[in-house]
Design a protein around this ligand. Structure first.
Ligand code: NYM
Ligand code: MG
Length: 188
């Protein structure tokens, strides 16, 4: 509806939970239902900052932990102006990871100094091992407990289609509710 802002829908979770598949299907379904919706993902690897992050994740370069955390954050901030503009125009944004991944993955790192030896599994990106992912999941669970945000937990172990239907219904609700919340509140 004209004058209404779009919803900011963030898909969070551990690696290989199916976020990217679901994000693509969700945007396609929302567009088919007549909404204006676009897909974004973080890290967004195409910018200068994104390239530094991509190289780090691919283990082609080393970066100090605090600086890499801030680069992930900067990579989100460099997109905030265009995100706000789109939301203001009524476009719903489906975002494959956001700041919660930033917290969950950095804190998983901190918890894991003792077993850092699990790294180095050939062919995998940094962080993509069982022990690390388990700690990231614990971190996500903590974030959900503390947060006043509107989290919905979706069981991703079901079929792609079942998960999709649940996310689609939740997203339609979020789009209806978006108009009632001021845009500024999202970035405080
Ligand atoms: N990641 C992602 C972080 O460590 N911090 C962040 O702020 C974000 C957004 O990047 N293992 C990590 C989580 C993933 C990795 O993401 C690459 P993807 O979705 O596989 O491209
Ligand atoms: Mg990945």
């Amino acid at each position: 509806m004209a004058g209404r802002r779009g919803a900011l829908i963030v898909l969070e979770g551990v690696d290989r939970a199916g976020k990217s598949t679901q994000g693509r299907k969700l945007v396609a379904a929302l567009c088919a239902a007549g909404h204006r919706a676009e897909l974004l993902r973080f890290p967004e690897r195409s910018t200068e900052i994104g390239k530094l992050l991509s190289s780090y994740l691919e283990k082609k370069s080393e970066l100090e932990d605090h600086s890499v955390h801030l680069l992930f954050s900067a990579n989100r901030w460099e997109h905030v102006p265009s995100m706000k503009e789109k939301l203001g125009q009524g476009i719903t944004l489906v975002v494959d990871r956001y700041a919660f991944s930033g917290v969950a993955f950095t804190s998983a790192k901190k918890l894991g100094v003792a077993d850092a030896a699990t790294r180095g599994e050939f062919g995998l990106e940094r962080y993509e091992d069982r022990a690390f992912q388990k700690r990231a999941l614990q971190s996500f669970q903590q974030l959900m407990g503390d947060s006043t945000l509107n989290w919905k937990v979706v069981d991703a172990s079901r079929s792609i289609e079942d998960v999709h239907q649940e996310i689609r219904v939740l997203s339609e609700d979020a789009i209806c509710n978006a108009a009632q919340r001021p845009l500024g509140a999202l970035w405080t």
